[in-house]
Design a protein around this ligand. Sequence first.
Ligand code: ATP
Ligand code: MG
Length: 247
Amino acid sequence: MSAALLETEALTRRFGGLTAVDDVSIGVRAGQIHAIIGPNGAGKTTLVGMVCGRVRPSAGRIRFEGRDITRTPAWRRALAGIVYTFQVTSIFRALSVRENVALAARRRLMHSPARWLHLDPMALEDRVDAALGTLDLREQEHRPAGELPYGHQRLLEVAMALALEPRVLVLDEPAQGLAEHEIDTFCERVREISSRATVILIEHNIDVVLRLSSHITVMDRGRIIADGDPASVEADPGVQRAYLGRR
Ligand SMILES: Nc1ncnc2c1ncn2[C@@H]1O[C@H](COP(=O)(O)OP(=O)(O)OP(=O)(O)O)[C@@H](O)[C@H]1O
Ligand SMILES: [Mg+2]
């Protein structure tokens, strides 16, 4: 049997006549950086949306630690440690960087029916400090989030997710908007995060993907066209045609 921490089995999502995710089975192993790549519209965001509970599957199953979570609500998955960042920025622009991180942690936990769980304020502040530190945002913590350059707003969202101490962290295009010289540091940070959490990374920058990931799933028009270690995926002729060649 596979030792996957998180698995999808024949996962499918239709939107009207369009099958956005078509019969997708993947296994994400603990401790990995598992990249999901593919052209625009391939179904990447929809796939992770189902993994996180934001999008309802039309068919198929999702398992986390061997347990079926296909029908588990998103808040309960978040409490279990499946945390994601949106592809589209979802920060509060007028609030400070720090307030955004604190709010994310509090909001996710407090909006759940498990809000009666006692939340120690000091522990929360420690989490916020750690999350901001990991993304190098401490120096900017009192700035309104809306004043940060776009790429740094994306990093802020990663910090917001980290404050929840995820076990599986889903990053949907986190490096979007970063300058070339910021990419190295970004890769280091993701690697650091991956020592504490399993990372599912959706990313269009193929250099980032090849540098970071231990496993790559390639999607095209809803289906998996390749799945394996970076070297084998990079050498796959179908991948070259469908994805790498188009870049
Ligand atoms: N809520 C929705 N309603 C209708 N169609 C949708 C919806 N969400 C996604 N789609 C469609 O499903 C397909 C897959 O979209 P998805 O956003 O998952 O792709 P993606 O691989 O994340 O693309 P990108 O790289 O551009 O982010 C697209 O054709 C998209 O238009
Ligand atoms: Mg997407």
